[in-house]
Ligand binder design. Structure first.
Ligand SMILES: [Fe+2]
Length: 251
């Protein structure tokens, strides 16, 4: 991903949501800021669909090419398009995506569904890898230390995360989240639909935080290949996680 597509996030630091440049800084959420532009400047041309960092078939057999083509090119693109439409003449227009997510209320369904949809999918593509390098294949460094401290072991964390994702009723996401106020604390959560832990005006306080890993459990993510076998899909996704990318999303 071209570094010019990075957006730095500063507007939420004071709100305790994002302490360092984060999530959209790795996600290509929004238009490229020109040199010298304010770090959390508005994407003047609206949000854009980030390119995948790999070929559509690169995740096979975990995720098939057709699913990837529809998921990224239709579903994610649709969220981006509808997000930009929802922001037209909206009071939050011009804010970073994280700022939008932290500010919206439950009744603002257009921003809730499509802002979340864009953010969640952009994060999802970035924490997946088709052929992980050995050093990326398991958590290491401070991420591994935090996982062990919070869950007892990496296996225990994976079990809890898989359980949260697999048992989310209906459509939604399973998350590994960093506590914004206690950075050493990591926890597992799940949210319905396109909600995520950044939505402080919507999700319960105990699951608010900084998402560093998300697993999409909407049927559009797996049904062509897995049908009702969501647990198998979740296991396959966890085998494709780029843990270096996950670590890079921590504050
Ligand atoms: Fe999805």
């Amino acid at each position: 991903m071209d570094k010019r597509t990075f957006l730095k996030v500063g507007s939420l630091a004071g709100a305790g949501i994002v302490a360092t440049p984060l999530v959209s800084s790795l996600l290509g959420c929004g238009s490229a800021p020109s040199s010298g532009e304010a770090p959390h400047a508005a994407p003047s041309e609206g949000f854009t669909l980030p390119e995948l960092g790999f070929a559509l078939e690169a995740l096979e057999p975990a995720v098939d090419r057709m699913t990837m083509r529809i998921h990224h090119g239709k579903h994610h693109a649709g969220y981006v398009r509808k997000l930009n439409a929802a922001l037209t003449n909206h009071a939050l227009s011009g804010q970073s995506l994280e700022a939008v997510l932290a500010s919206i209320q439950a009744s603002d369904t257009g921003l809730r569904n499509n802002g979340g949809g864009h953010f969640n999918h952009a994060l999802f593509w970035n924490i997946l890898t088709p052929s992980p390098n050995p050093q990326d294949h398991v958590p290491s460094g401070i991420l591994a230390e935090r996982i062990t401290a919070n869950f007892g072991s990496q296996e225990a964390m994976l079990t809890e995360l898989a359980q949260a994702a697999s048992t989310r009723f209906g459509s939604g996401w399973g998350w590994l989240v960093q506590d914004t106020h206690q950075p050493d604390r990591l926890f597992v959560a799940s949210t319905p639909n396109q909600d995520n832990p950044l939505m402080t005006g919507i999700v319960d306080a105990e699951i608010q935080g900084r998402p560093i890993l998300g697993i999409d459990v909407w049927e559009h993510a797996y049904y062509l290949n897995y049908q009702n076998r969501r647990t198998d899909y979740v296991a396959a996704i966890l085998d494709r996680v780029n843990w270096s990318a996950v670590a890079g999303l921590m504050a």
